[in-house]
Design a protein around this ligand. Structure first.
Ligand code: TA6
Length: 306
């Protein structure tokens, strides 16, 4: 058993699933071993940044609807295997806690998944090790390192399928993707990248896009809440932006009918042409870094009506 610092407790969470409760100097967080899903990150004196559906399941056979599910080793449907789970098996597998420590203002937690622990790994018959390093502080850093433990080269897709909480999606915009082409996933498979995005992404209907060749930090500006979330990254070439809007939200069994108004997914990823190729023994790391832009309003000022 890994020795836990005082800032980290292993508890029984929703659905009886094991959860790590992190209470560090600069922020708190909640991390389910199920899917290594971070379901809460709240910097001190700020509001929670991640969104979790009130209808989410917390069971071993389903992904958590919210927080940061990990899509690996494929994104969406597995090519040639329609029976395989959407977005791969990492988000429905139990990850092993391999380390936890205090680092000044930050708290670092490490989780691991290998081909022998993964649920349904037979769908992707390759030997691998995935290590997820979560640093909880005034910034949230999520680094997924995948190592090819086999004798043959492998290719995989990955995404940190982050659900961000917003006050109103209609008053939310995403900047930093201008100049990047995108696949419109609503246009169906086989439709090539749509010409370059020229404006901030605004939401007026179901939106499901895969931006390609992205490197820059993306800003999610939630004007109603007066808050911006910066999404920085490393080792990632694509960014997915998703909001299900009314119909898709209604169709999803683990998603509240009206909850589309208060969330947006911005997903640091390597999918489609950016799938990662690894030779035997080699590793690749993809990192997402979340940060709240300085805000004139902190929790206390907002909560006391004038
Ligand atoms: O990331 C966007 C997306 O791929 C959408 O197409 C939508 O299906 C969403 O993920 C949710 O997928 P899920 O398998 O979690 O229902």
């Amino acid at each position: 058993m890994v020795a836990l610092p005082a800032s980290v407790r292993l508890e029984t969470g929703r659905g009886g699933l094991p959860v790590l409760l992190v209470n560090g100097p600069a922020a708190r967080a909640e991390i389910y071993l199920h899917g290594a899903t971070v379901t809460d990150w709240t910097p001190r004196d700020r509001e929670p940044v991640l969104w979790v559906s009130s209808a989410s399941r917390f069971t071993r056979d389903a992904a958590i609807r919210g927080g940061v599910p990990i899509c690996f080793p494929w994104f969406g449907a597995q090519a040639g295997h329609p029976e395989s789970p959407s977005h791969g098996f990492a988000r429905v597998s139990e990850w092993l806690l391999v380390g936890a420590q205090d680092d000044g203002e930050d708290v670092t937690v490490r989780l691991r998944l290998t081909d022998s622990d993964a649920k349904g790994a037979s769908a992707w018959p390759h030997r691998f090790e995935a290590v997820y390093t979560i640093v909880v502080g005034s910034r949230l850093s999520l680094a997924l390192t995948v190592t090819n433990r086999g004798d043959d080269a492998v290719a995989f897709e990955e995404a940190l399928h982050t659900y961000l909480d917003v006050r109103d999606i209609r008053a939310t915009e995403v900047t930093g993707l201008e100049g990047n082409a995108f696949y419109d996933s609503l246009a169906g498979p086989g439709v090539g990248p749509v010409p370059v995005e020229s404006d901030p992404v605004r939401f007026r209907a179901e939106t499901d896009r895969i931006y390609v060749g992205t490197r820059a930090t993306v800003t999610v500006r939630d004007t109603d809440a007066g808050r911006s979330v910066l999404v920085g990254k490393d080792g990632s070439e694509t960014t997915v932006v998703w909001n299900p809007w009314t119909d898709k939200a209604r169709d999803l069994p683990d998603f509240g009918d009206d909850e589309w108004e208060s969330m947006v997914c911005v997903e640091v990823s390597n999918i489609r042409d950016a799938a990662v190729r690894l030779a035997p023994g080699c590793s690749h790391t993809m990192t997402a870094i979340f940060e709240l832009a300085p805000s004139a309003r902190t929790v206390t000022q907002r909560s006391t009506p004038s």
